[in-house]
Design a protein around this ligand. Structure first.
Ligand SMILES: [Zn+2]
Length: 379
């Protein structure tokens, strides 16, 4: 076993203890007071490790936490580490199914997405800063509390912190089964389509009506035909509501649409096609609102170079680091779209994010923490 992995293994109990504390402290995105508690726990730990810690309050979100380790600037350009402290689980979830550990498998709400990765970031920072080979760059760790809601209040902060960064490391979970790092992510758009027709009595005056539901049914077929699994563009009408009663020709119908694309160009193209929807039925109307919320994280040359660096450092540690992509988006989409080299999926190895059976492996947590230590020292 590589000496660094051995060293991190000695901290196993401490890591598990801290993970248990984070998992057993609920932090739903929708309850700012609760996610602020986790923000404080993480912030205190960063302060103990010598960071300048700042809590950033925004309406509707728990306090975001920024920790900066300055004065390391032997090399130009800082490293930015991104974690999110919020989970998709409601208040009371941790009480219902608290943290458990069986052998190497840890379970509990948010353990995979992404409290495990947050613990890895903190322990890697502590280890790297205390080591004989400390990081040659300033380091910023930013933890937001609204990622699961789309990072509406933290996007601007993330983008400003990523300016002039040498690289961004996102501690979101790795890709199952082997724990691949993420070198690309699809962009995500949300659209609302509203069709309007004309209400009429379905028996007495059917011909006077224009059915908004029929119009929507046709629009759904058109929208779904835009999906192209070859290019990776997907259009999913995931929610539909319309009409009032069976005996009334429906006057209005709405649909919520999730759109994913691998490249900025594909994203723009699909956005234009959706904006250009025209009604099929005479007398019907189609309105479109929405757009792309997170741009795609494209697999650029600089991202591939950064991944190759991680892979080489991993192989020195005896780890086989692979790469993959995902249709899900993260805050790495924002920084990658700015052209800042970004590697995602540096967090936990496990599966089941956002599901009741989410789990991670503690032995792999130790390995990935060692990998991040080497990245912090090397880059
Ligand atoms: Zn996540």
């Amino acid at each position: 076993m590589h000496p660094l992995i051995e060293k991190m293994s000695a901290k196993r109990d401490e890591m598990v203890g801290f993970l248990e504390l984070l998992v057993n402290t609920d932090s739903p995105s929708t309850e700012p007071e609760l996610s602020t508690q986790v923000s404080r726990i993480v912030g205190r730990r960063c302060a103990r490790a010598g960071a300048e810690v700042e809590y950033i309050s925004r309406q509707g979100a728990g306090d975001h936490m920024k920790a900066v380790w300055r004065g390391r600037g032997k090399r130009k350009g800082h490293l930015l580490l991104l974690c999110h402290l919020d989970t998709v689980w409601p208040a009371g979830e941790a009480e219902k199914r608290p943290f458990t550990l069986e052998g190497d498998v840890a379970r509990g709400p948010g353990v995979h997405d992404m409290k495990g990765g947050t613990v890895q970031a903190l322990f890697a920072l502590e280890e790297a800063l205390e080591s004989e080979n400390p990081p040659p760059r300033d380091i910023i760790l930013f933890c937001n509390t609204d990622e699961e809601l789309g990072s509406g209040t933290s996007r601007e902060i993330i983008e400003s912190l990523a300016q002039d960064a040498r690289a961004v490391f996102v501690l979101e979970p790795s890709v199952p089964p082997e724990g691949s790092l993420k070198t690309f992510r699809k962009g995500v758009g949300h659209f609302t389509i509203t069709t309007r027709g004309r209400a009429a009595h379905s028996g007495a005056d059917h011909s006077a009506g224009v059915s908004a539901i029929e119009e929507m049914a046709r629009q759904i077929q058109r929208l779904h035909s835009f999906t192209d699994h070859e290019t990776g563009t997907t259009v999913n009408v995931g929610e539909v509501a319309g009409g009032t009663r069976p005996n009334v020709v429906a006057a209005e119908c709405t649909a919520k649409v999730d759109v994913r694309a691998c490249t900025q160009d594909e994203g723009q193209a699909i956005e234009q096609r959706i904006a250009a929807l025209e009604p099929f039925l005479e007398g019907a109307q189609v309105d479109v609102s929405g757009g792309f919320e997170r741009p795609p994280m494209e697999r650029t040359d600089t991202i591939v170079q950064l991944f190759e660096r991680a892979r080489a450092l991993g192989s020195e540690l005896g780890l086989d680091i692979t790469e993959a992509g995902t249709g899900g988006a993260s805050d790495g989409n924002f920084t990658a779209a700015m052209g800042v080299p970004t590697i995602d999926g540096l967090g936990a190895v496990g599966a089941g994010g956002h599901a009741l059976d989410e789990w991670i492996r503690v032995d792999r947590m130790i390995e990935r923490t060692a990998l991040l230590v080497r990245l912090l020292q090397d880059l």
